[in-house]
Design a protein around this ligand. Structure first.
Ligand code: UDP
Length: 237
């Protein structure tokens, strides 16, 4: 089924298939932080992230939001639509954490009355600078219409995830979305996992996400497993 490796990122590898309209996304155990300066390998991370992503893509689809997800091929391999990735990292923020507390006078833990949507230019070379619509259009990464659609989709996804996770004892301070285009349609792509979301335990406030790796906060496999137990309990039966 897998043909050639098309792209290998920090945590996933994308392969072509015999069907040019479909790719395989393989979730690996490797991870990086701080622009690739910190590197690691954590057992079962790819498995938990793939399963969590699958479940959250299914959830979005059930609410009428198109994603690139088609089906799982193995524990950590996903068959996905071959899309053109839009080079924007879209970050909905509900509670201040991470870079927003370093760049602006905003204290960690500040709850935003309305979600704050940040869009960054996806470019390692330029350090993912923040975009506005005009710069995005000048760079040719998206049209004004696409940016408006992306913003609306990001807000919708955020609403859906906040509610779903809250019911499972998880707070969602922020997360990163990527979108792809295919035949004129924009869909959610990439992944939605412990690597790309901040997940805080509702009871204790403890991190259950990649911040554990970023700041050496403990056992990452155990935390990702705990998130998986709440989101995909069926894989533990
Ligand atoms: N994020 C991501 N990939 C990136 C940058 C950010 O998945 O390249 C996610 C990150 O996990 C967090 C959210 O986007 O959930 C906001 O990250 P932030 O800008 O606060 O960056 P950080 O604190 O990681 O420097």
């Amino acid at each position: 089924m897998k043909r050639e490796q098309l792209y290998s990122g920090k945590a996933k590898t994308i392969y072509s298939t015999e069907d040019p309209s479909r790719y395989i996304s393989e979730f690996r155990d490797s991870l990086t932080a701080f622009d690739g300066k910190k590197k690691g390998e954590v057992s079962k991370k790819g498995y938990y992230n793939a399963q969590i992503s699958k479940k959250l893509f299914d959830l979005l689809e059930s609410k009428g939001i198109k994603t690139h997800y088609i089906k799982m091929l193995s524990d950590n391999e996903m068959l996905v639509e071959a899309v053109d990735i839009i080079k924007i990292e879209v970050i909905p923020r509900n509670i201040a954490a991470g870079s927003i507390t370093r760049k602006y006078p905003i204290k960690e833990g500040t709850v935003f009355k309305n979600p704050v949507i940040i869009m960054d230019y996806k470019s390692d070379e330029y350090g993912d600078p923040m975009l506005n619509e005009d710069i995005a259009v000048v760079l040719g990464v998206a049209t004004y219409e696409e940016i408006a659609i992306i913003r609306q989709l990001a807000l919708k996804v955020n609403d859906i995830l906040i509610k779903y996770l809250d019911e499972r004892g998880i707070v969602l301070p922020d997360f990163k979305l990527e979108f792809g285009r295919k035949n004129g349609q924009i869909m959610v792509a990439d992944e939605i996992s412990c690597d790309t979301c901040r997940f805080w335990d509702k009871e204790t406030g403890r991190s259950m996400d990649k911040d554990i790796f970023r700041f050496d906060k403990g056992d990452l496999t155990k935390a990702y497993e705990e998130v998986a137990k709440r989101i995909v309990p069926e894989i533990f039966q």
